[in-house]
Write a protein that binds this ligand. Structure first.
Ligand SMILES: Cc1cc2nc3c(=O)[nH]c(=O)nc-3n(C[C@H](O)[C@H](O)[C@H](O)COP(=O)(O)O)c2cc1C
Length: 174
C-alpha cells in the first residue's frame, strides 16, 4: 500500500508510555507536519506549545484531571512530551485550523515511529486561573483558547488497541 495512506491507517491512540524521551529530530519532524496543516485563508492561526519538563507536564496533567473531577488521575498517561495546541477564539475557523494541526501532529508522529494521543479538556483547563497564568507566561494572546493536547512518546505494548471496525454507513454516495 502507498506509504502515506498506510501511515494514516495504522496510527492508533496510545495510553501507556515509556519514560524515555523522544528524539529531537522526531519532535522536529512532528512539529513540521503540524506547521504544514491547511489553515483557513492560509493564516496559520494556531499556536503549538511544546512541554517536556516533567514537573510542568505533571502540573498541566493535574489541571486537565481537575476538569474531569480527578486531579490525581493521569490523563496524560505518563507521556514524556506534550504539545498544547491553541486556536484563535474569534471564529469557528480557529477551531478548525487547530484541529487540523492536531491531526497532522498525530499522523506525523506515527510516520516517525512515535506514539501519540489527542487529549481533550484543554479549553476548560486554560480558562482556569492557573491556565491563564500559563498562557501569560507562554505569551499566548488573550484571544486564543486551548484546543487540544497531543501527548507523544514511545508506547508500551499494552497502550494501544486494534482499530475499531469502521461503521457501515460512514460514506454515502449520492
Ligand atoms: C477530539 C478528540 C478528543 C479526544 N480526547 C481524548 C482524551 O481526553 N483522552 C483519551 O484517552 N483519548 C482521547 N481521544 C482519543 C480517542 O479516544 C481515540 O482517537 C479513539 O478511541 C479512536 O482510537 P484510535 O485513535 O486508536 O483510532 C480523543 C480523540 C479526539 C479526536
Amino acid at each position: 500500500m502507498n506509504e502515506a495512506l498506510n501511515n494514516l491507517l495504522t496510527r492508533r491512540a496510545c495510553r501507556a508510555y515509556e519514560e524515555q524521551q523522544i528524539k529531537k529530530e522526531e519532535l522536529d519532524a512532528i512539529l513540521e507536519a503540524g506547521k504544514y496543516a491547511p489553515t483557513a485563508r492560509g493564516l496559520q492561526s494556531p499556536i503549538m506549545v511544546v512541554v517536556q519538563d516533567k514537573e510542568t507536564i505533571r502540573d498541566l496533567e493535574k489541571m486537565n484531571g481537575a476538569v474531569m473531577g480527578n486531579p490525581y488521575g493521569t490523563p496524560f498517561y505518563g507521556a514524556p512530551t506534550l504539545i498544547v495546541v491553541f486556536g484563535k477564539k474569534d471564529s469557528l475557523l480557529g477551531a478548525a485550523d487547530a484541529n487540523l494541526v492536531i491531526g497532522n501532529l498525530l499522523n506525523g508522529a506515527n510516520a516517525v515511529g512515535v506514539d501519540s494521543c489527542y487529549i481533550w479538556r484543554a479549553d476548560e483547563a486554560f480558562e482556569t486561573e492557573q491556565g491563564q497564568a500559563y498562557k501569560k507566561a507562554w505569551g499566548i494572546p488573550e484571544n486564543y483558547q486551548g484546543m487540544g493536547n497531543v501527548i507523544l512518546g514511545y508506547g508500551k505494548a499494552e497502550g494501544k488497541k486494534e482499530a475499531a471496525p469502521r461503521k457501515e454507513d460512514y460514506v454515502r454516495f449520492v
